[in-house]
Design a protein around this ligand. Structure first.
Ligand code: LUZ
Ligand code: MOS
Length: 758
């Protein structure tokens, strides 16, 4: 089935927040943000700004009628700064005016002064000063300390992995208006309508039922709107509530880049021990997560890093410790992969380090340690239906990897100033929210008397195609044409208490809830058909818009069946509730079965480096991916390709730069580079692994949003291998591999970030 949004997107008719026609009397808000990364606010003077014609109001924390608190996991985040600011870009005040231009002009007239305090931007420095967002966390299995003695080979090292800007095409924003009796209507570009609803109620001192949040779709999110859409929705609501007028707040790209958090950079130390046969016997890792100024989702992201510490490998003795470091940067947040890539990068670096020292390709060590059926993940879950070796072997066969390896060797022998590198990147990604509680969803289904159907769930369409999958589910359940099914906007009054659309689990959770609702209606309709012709309901089938019994079309159409059910006063609406079975996790012990299932796959990536200039090209990226039994291969392949390219961008050109004062230097698209059509690998192939799927995946079609991003990590190792073909001493793990860094790597002038003398 085609993506139901394809026509609307191509013709420009799809509705986003900015396309909602505004009401009469709408006001526009802009945010004044902190210009120092850590300081006491000495004075804030709004008199000049307030005098500007067209300004309707300027608000600070003092105007908040409820609690000035929007922290989702830990209550440590103010909506508007009080006496102290903790990052550049932190909202301090809001200007509301008749137009956005007026609001912007007035914003310039606000005078604010600070007493500067110490700024920390480096996570290790924060940790050494005891600046932590939460106590350090350790997960362990076995005992690496004991095993080091038995290891034939021991290697250790450090890694740096950068952050990443989400760069959703649609910036953050919200549009609110007051309704009667003090209620509020809120349109928000959010992955988490319930989080927005809850925070607004708290900030305004209302009940959740006073706040209705509605979302049609987002122009991309990638995790950036899981937690951080809340700020703007709360601010717009605050103004709307106080002024009793409609208020729109949509960030400009500059404001968005400066004020919102990114993917977490990590700095890490590892130690790895191998046997003579190259089995990894022990692995120890310490992560320093750069959390930014407040918790946001950092604790949950820390969990996922710890869960993905061993990537696709079985390691019997593991100890992983994570320091979530409080720095004076915007709060870093969810981003596709959610801490997983940062964990997986370190084990891949450890393997690459071992391979370098032993003078063998990393793939030899990778292959020897891939997970097998019934191996234990170090957090206690047994690996079942493991497809990692199968994807690895299929990749070798399909993509002729051994031959490629030989060709690259020959190429590198022949060419002095052009070098190629190849890397394999196996991925194993756990599907479920790591917070077990969030693994639930609900749906609401109406069958109308003309046989058309309306469905609502808690899921958010953000370009990933989940709405199309839900329409497919309902069409299949009722045995009717998809054209009859309308998917409603996501609205907190139709489906309440939604989990964010995140963790790659949107289709699984909401699809299952939808199936539960559809099934109940189908059961009642079958009973009606059975009554009409006098057979048992179990004998009835609905398909092709007709009623069948024993494989025979009995001449009752879907429309007729629905009309008949209605005239018999049968209920044609239903809700569905789903909560993932079998999952649990004991946080104290760090053991349990947190994931419904895992997604597997293997990528092979080749890079070509120009050793005079340091520029490079990703030549080929070929992937065998475990989609399960894909319910929509076009959508799923698109997700895999997009994720892989986003992962490659993360590893290569996307460089976030903050200066020592905590100011974002890469604050526009001329200084922050993202992959474009020219930098996409010339060959980008995604082939589905022949697989049976998993019973906890929607229609056995596995979750696809995040896992393929991690293939992109291989780009770093492919480039590293090419550099090493020119300069065998190159031995750093520091992303992104920008051409500047590659050039320095080629000529041995690799600057250790922490060595002031180098
Ligand atoms: N969000 C979340 C996520 O709240 N919990 C998760 O486990 C998760 N995983 C991936 C992406 N977003
Ligand atoms: Mo996410 S990183 O919002 O699944």
């Amino acid at each position: 089935m085609k993506n139901i949004d394809s026509k609307g997107h191509v013709s420009g008719k799809s509705v986003y927040l900015d396309d909602i026609p505004v009401r009469q009397n709408t006001l526009y808000a802009v945010v004044l943000d902190a210009t120092t990364a850590h300081g006491k606010i000495l004075s804030l003077d709004i008199t000049e700004a307030e005098k500007q014609p067209g300004v309707a109001g300027i608000f600070t924390y003092k105007d908040i009628p409820g609690e000035n608190q929007i922290g989702g996991i830990v209550p440590d985040e103010t909506l508007l700064a009080e006496e102290e600011v903790f990052f550049q870009g932190e909202p301090v005040a809001m200007v509301v005016a008749e137009s956005e231009t007026i609001a912007r002009e007035a914003r310039k007239k606000i005078k604010i002064s600070y007493k500067e305090l110490e700024v920390v931007t480096d996570p290790r420095e924060a940790a050494s000063k005891g600046l932590l967002l939460m106590p350090p966390r350790t997960f362990a299995m076995g005992n690496p300390e004991v095993r080091w003695n038995n290891c034939k080979y021991l290697f250790s090292g450090s890694t740096e992995i950068g952050g990443q800007e989400h760069l959703y095409i649609e910036t953050q924003g919200a549009y609110c208006f007051p309704m009667e009796n003090g209620n509020l209507m809120v349109y928000s570009s959010t992955q988490s309508p319930t989080a927005v609803q809850r925070a607004i109620a708290k900030v305004l001192g209302l009940s959740m039922h006073n706040v209705q949040v509605d979302v049609t779709r987002l122009g991309g999110a990638f995790g950036g709107k899981e937690d951080q859409a809340t700020v703007w929705a709360c601010l717009a609501s605050l103004a709307s509530h106080l002024l009793q007028r409609p208020v729109k707040l949509a960030l400009s790209r500059h404001d968005d880049l400066r004020m919102t958090g990114k993917r977490h950079p990590y700095s890490s130390d590892f130690k790895i021990g191998l046997s003579e046969e190259l089995k990894i016997l022990a692995y120890e890792v310490t992560y320093y997560q750069n959390g930014g100024a407040v918790n946001d989702l950092s604790p949950a992201i820390a969990d996922r890093t710890l869960f993905h510490t061993t990537n696709s490998y079985f390691i019997p003795n593991v100890k992983a410790t994570l320091y979530s470091c409080k720095t004076n940067l915007p709060p870093n947040t969810a981003f596709r992969g959610f801490g997983g890539p940062q964990g997986m990068f370190v084990i891949e670096s450890a393997i690459a380090k071992a391979a370098k020292e032993l003078g063998i390709p990393a793939s030899v060590i990778q292959e020897k340690n891939l997970l097998k059926e019934n191996d234990l993940f170090y957090y206690g879950q047994k690996a079942t239906q493991v497809n990692i070796r199968k994807s690895w072997k299929t990749a070798f066969r399909e993509f002729k990897i051994s031959q490629k390896q030989k060709e690259i060797k020959a190429f590198n022998r022949k060419n002095k100033l052009m070098k190629k590198g190849l890397a394999l990147m196996p991925i194993t990604f756990g599907i479920s929210f790591t917070a077990t509680m969030l693994n639930q969803a609900r749906a609401l289904v109406h069958v109308y008397t003309d046989g058309s159907v309306g469905i609502s769930t808690g899921v958010i369409e953000m370009g990933q195609g989940v709405n199309t999958k839900l329409v497919q589910v309902a069409a299949q359940m009722f045995g009717i044409d998809a054209i009859r099914i309308k998917i409603e906007s996501t609205n907190t009054t139709r489906v309440a208490n939604t989990s964010p659309t995140a963790a790659s689990a949107g289709a699984d959770l909401n699809g299952q809830a939808l199936m539960v609702a559809c099934k109940a209606i189908v059961q009642r309709l079958k009973k009606v058909a059975a009554d009409i012709i006098g057979v048992k309901a179990g004998k009835i089938n609905l398909r092709d818009e007709q009623v069948f019994t024993g494989g025979k079309d009995i001449g009752i159409s879907w429309d007729k069946l629905v009309t008949e059910a209605y005239s018999r006063r049968i209920k044609l609406s239903e809700t569905g509730h789903y909560s993932t079975p079998i999952i649990y996790f004991d946080k104290e012990k760090g053991q349990g079965h947190p994931f419904a299932y895992h997604v597997y796959g293997t990528a092979v990536l080749t890079a070509k480096v120009d050793c005079l200039r340091g520029i490079y090209e990703m030549e080929e990226v070929q992937i065998i991916h475990d989609f399960g039994k894909s319910m929509n291969q076009t959508i799923d392949t698109g997700q895999a390709e997009g994720a892989a390219v986003q992962g490659i961008g993360y590893m290569t050109m996307e460089e976030l730069a903050y200066d020592k004062s905590g100011r974002l230097l890469s604050n526009s698209l001329s200084t922050y580079k993202v992959p474009d059509i020219y930098s996409v690998p010339k060959v980008l192939v995604v082939k589905p692994l022949k697989a049976t799927g998993h019973k906890l995946a929607i229609l056995k079609s596995k979750a696809v949003g995040e896992p393929p991003l991690m293939y992109g990590l291989g780009a770093y190792f492919a480039i590293r291998n090419a550099i090493r073909a020119f300069n065998p001493d190159f031995d750093t793990f520091d992303t992104p591999a920008t051409p500047e860094k590659v050039l320095m790597g080629l000529y041995g002038k690799v600057k250790d970030k922490r060595d002031k003398n180098s």
